[in-house]
Design a protein around this ligand. Structure first.
Ligand SMILES: NC(=O)c1ccc[n+]([C@@H]2O[C@H](COP(=O)([O-])OP(=O)(O)OC[C@H]3O[C@@H](n4cnc5c(N)ncnc54)[C@H](O)[C@@H]3O)[C@@H](O)[C@H]2O)c1
Length: 437
């Protein structure tokens, strides 16, 4: 099938290479600068396996790039929209990128018979888009096909999803969608568009809620002297609950959870429904970094001029995405307290914001620091020579914001003079696991 994809960000480019890999003839469209990079076989976002698959598709010749709507959509059977849907300052979803796509489509006069919305959009948006296209004389079926991929494992998630959801109103569009996903072995749920739009929001906000729940329990563990790792292990082994998204830490970040939660809260207000569970989820998350900074400052006499090493800039491992990263909130608070921030990230080597020195190695970052916070659980951070790290520091204070250092490493560190290890949701003295037989 001829498929045109509009927007080649984290979702669009992954959909493009995966659909091309499935045998479709794909044209991906974005801004000129992005298209130039992709045409020269350079992935502009960092995602494991993406560059390799891009090269493979370029060699096969069934993936093309175009910055012009008219030529990108000529002869297309389906158009897939994967542009951004950020939150506006008033809490509503900013649909301007989608509206621009619609305008470009109308101007081009080419509208494929099937328009697949993959961008996350408020309930009712697809109904409006279809009415808008029909009003302009473009006879296209608009379907909502939510994307559930996780950055960091996006290609695997696209090719091996837990489920695929089609929010469509006609048998014909369902048949076309089934053809597009032929080759992917996953249960398919077909439902109306509005339910599909809500499935995406409900999924993301539920995951955010699990994280905030674990963080709320972590605070309780600190008060009671219990170990959050053990508590969540005991909770998560219940198959009705499951072990995922129950790791306590610095809270969730990234471009989706906060945005989608905010969007749903605002949508609820529009129809007069309050969503207190989601309000609490956001509140708990918003407190994670301020609480961490209070802990940090309590370990120093005066934060002014202290040097903090931060391990991890991206919002999660295996991505270079810094959108809504907890690191950014930490940076802002550190600047407020005049703390000098040095950071290291395996992939993010440069940052577009001021007030941070990005180090070339974790050891360079650790040197002369008065504390280190581990913000992102990159696997390579666990493998560092932690004895060397603390020996390079001016003051050996280590806040493990993701609870990832092994008990063995922590025990080794505790044998050294003057090391303070602060995990999440466990009293410090219990950071080395104490079993009671
Ligand atoms: N990132 C994720 O993990 C993820 C997962 C599931 C769903 N989503 C949803 O998917 C959508 C896209 O997310 P993303 O992270 O890929 O966003 P992104 O910001 O990384 O990418 C959007 C891309 O669209 C391009 N674009 C905007 N307007 C355009 C136009 N008129 N013509 C051509 N290109 C245009 C931008 O240049 C950009 O490259 C969002 O609605 C998001 O909520 C994201």
């Amino acid at each position: 099938m001829q498929i045109t994809i509009i927007g080649t960000g984290y979702v669009g480019i992954v959909a493009a290479v995966c659909l091309a890999k499935l045998g479709h003839n794909v044209t991906a469209m974005d801004r000129e600068s992005v298209i130039q990079s992709l045409q020269s076989n350079k992935a502009h976002v960092w995602e494991p396996g993406l560059q390799e698959l891009l090269t493979e598709c370029n060699e096969e010749g069934n993936l093309h790039f175009d910055a012009d709507m008219a030529s990108a959509t000529a002869n297309a059977d389906a158009l897939l929209i994967a542009v951004g849907t950020p939150t506006r300052a008033d809490g509503h979803t900013d649909l301007s990128q989608i509206e621009n796509v619609l305008e470009q489509l109308k101007q081009s006069g080419n509208c494929p018979p099937l328009v697949i919305v993959k961008s996350t959009v408020p309930v009712g948006t697809c109904d409006e888009l279809e009415a808008n296209l029909h009003g302009a004389g473009l006879r296209a079926d608009v379907v909502f096909n939510p994307e559930f991929l996780r950055q960091g494992s996006a290609i695997n998630d696209f090719m091996y999803p837990d489920r695929i959801v089609f929010g469509c109103q006609s048998r014909h569009s369902e048949i076309m969608l089934r053809q597009i996903y032929q080759g992917i072995d996953a249960p398919i749920q077909v439902c109306d568009r509005r339910s599909a739009e809500l499935i995406k929001y409900a999924s993301n906000t539920f995951l955010a809620m699990k994280i905030s729940f674990a963080n709320m329990m972590a605070d309780l563990c600190e008060g009671y002297g219990a170990d959050i790792r053990q508590v969540m292990k005991g909770v998560g082994t219940d198959r009705r609950i499951g072990p995922h998204f129950l790791q306590a830490g610095v809270g969730y970040g990234g471009s989706c959870f906060s945005k989608d939660l905010q969007s749903l809260l605002t949508s609820g207000k529009v129809i007069g429904r309050s969503l207190p569970l989601l309000e609490a989820t956001a509140q708990i998350n918003d407190q994670r970094i301020p609480q961490l900074v209070v802990k940090l400052i309590s370990l120093w006499e005066n934060p002014n001029g202290k040097r903090l090493g931060v391990l991890g800039i991206s919002f999660k491992p295996n991505t270079n995405d810094v959108r809504d990263a907890p690191f950014l909130t930490l940076l802002k608070l550190c600047q407020h307290h005049r703390i000098d921030v040095h950071a290291y990230d395996p992939v993010v080597q440069q940052v577009a914001f001021e007030g941070v020195t990005v180090a070339d190695s974790p050891y360079e970052m650790a040197a002369h620091s008065d504390a280190i916070i581990l913000m992102t659980e990159w696997p390579q951070f666990v493998e560092l020579d932690w004895v060397r790290m603390v020996q390079l520091m001016r003051q050996s204070i280590l806040l493990d914001g993701r609870n990832v250092l092994s008990d063995e490493v922590v025990a080794q560190l505790m044998e050294l003079d003057g090391v303070t290890y602060v995990p999440v949701g466990r009293p410090v003295e219990q950071s080395v696991e104490q079993r009671v037989y």
